[in-house]
Design a protein. Structure first.
Length: 295
């Protein structure tokens, strides 16, 4: 007997970051879209992005996008504030038919929620220097005082699983104490790595200070885009997915699969198999499944 029940629509969503930070966005996407096929790409060969020139980050973001599209991604989530600041506009212009969802520091909701009129923002230097952040502050800050801090070294500690070490606490205390002294009551996480240290942040600032993780709002935006494009909820669509897609949660790294595999249970509360992909050199900007030959 032929099963006439339409198969569950499975949107294919490509998500990338310089490293493990975008996993905070990935798990929010799973909450919104439990049937999605997700391809998560960590460009760990180049982490941290914030220490690299903007043009270089743009080139990596374009190379990753190209690769994810070839793998079947219909929506690309730039799950990195630094890459969004450097490359989102460029990506939208280069890949005109592809819907992108990027990150921008959640200054707007923070300004709406603050009672003290003082908001703290934690992000990388590259995010603070970008036009995206300047425009968000200009459009939404109004009379609210915004205090910024870059948390040097925090991304690297989180990449290595130090979510609660003395060093991690020291970096966060350096950032948060001056904010508390100035009366901050709302803190915006402007880097996708930072939600993994929310328990530590909350411990330092106390329960009365609100900490805003933008990932759930970003995931809702991904769902809206997917729903708009999901005319094809039929079996035909499900069958049109590439055979090579494999499991519905797929992980890729440009550097060290065992290391990322060891981090997944800590950050996502579930394990997974990670595949290695490689940057071609030269020409830069292309990712390949095979180890490139060195000429
Ligand atoms: N997760 C990235 C972000 O949101 C990390 C930055 C970096 O690689 O420097 O900004």
């Amino acid at each position: 007997m032929i099963d006439s029940k339409p198969k569950q629509y499975k949107p294919v969503i490509g998500v990338f970051d310089s490293g493990v930070g975008g996993l905070s966005v990935l798990s929010a996407i799973w909450n919104e879209l439990p049937h999605a096929v997700t391809l998560y790409l960590a460009d760990q060969a180049h982490v941290p992005y914030s220490l690299r020139p903007e043009t270089e980050v743009r080139e990596y973001a374009a190379g990753i996008t190209r690769y994810l599209i070839v793998q079947g991604a219909e929506v690309i989530v730039v799950a990195c504030n630094t890459a969004s600041a450097a490359a989102l506009e460029h990506l939208r212009q280069t890949f005109k038919d592809v819907p992108f969802v990027g990150m921008e520091p959640a200054v707007k909701p923070a300004v709406e929620k603050t009672s003290s009129g003082v908001v703290g923002v934690l992000a990388t230097p590259a995010t603070f220097q970008g036009a995206l952040y300047a425009s968000v502050v200009e459009r939404f800050a109004g009379d609210v005082k915004i205090i910024q801090h870059t948390c040097p070294g925090l991304v690297e500690l989180i990449e290595n699983g130090f979510l609660n070490s003395t060093f991690t606490r020291d970096i966060l205390e350096d950032a948060l104490q001056p904010m508390l002294e100035q009366g901050v009551d709302t803190i915006v996480l402007g880097c996708t790595h930072y939600p993994f240290v929310i328990p530590l942040i909350q411990d330092i600032v106390g329960p009365k200070v609100r900490v805003i993780d933008p990932a759930p709002a970003v995931a809702r935006q991904v769902r809206r885009i997917v729903e708009k494009g999901s005319k094809d909820t039929t079996e035909d669509y499900a069958q049109s997915l590439p055979d090579t897609m494999g499991p519905s949660k797929k992980y890729l790294t440009t550097k060290d699969p065992p290391k990322l595999e060891s981090m997944l249970p800590l950050l996502l509360k579930q394990g997974g198999k990670v595949k290695q992909i490689y940057w071609e050199k030269p020409p830069a900007g292309f990712l390949t499944d095979n180890l490139p030959r060195v000429s």
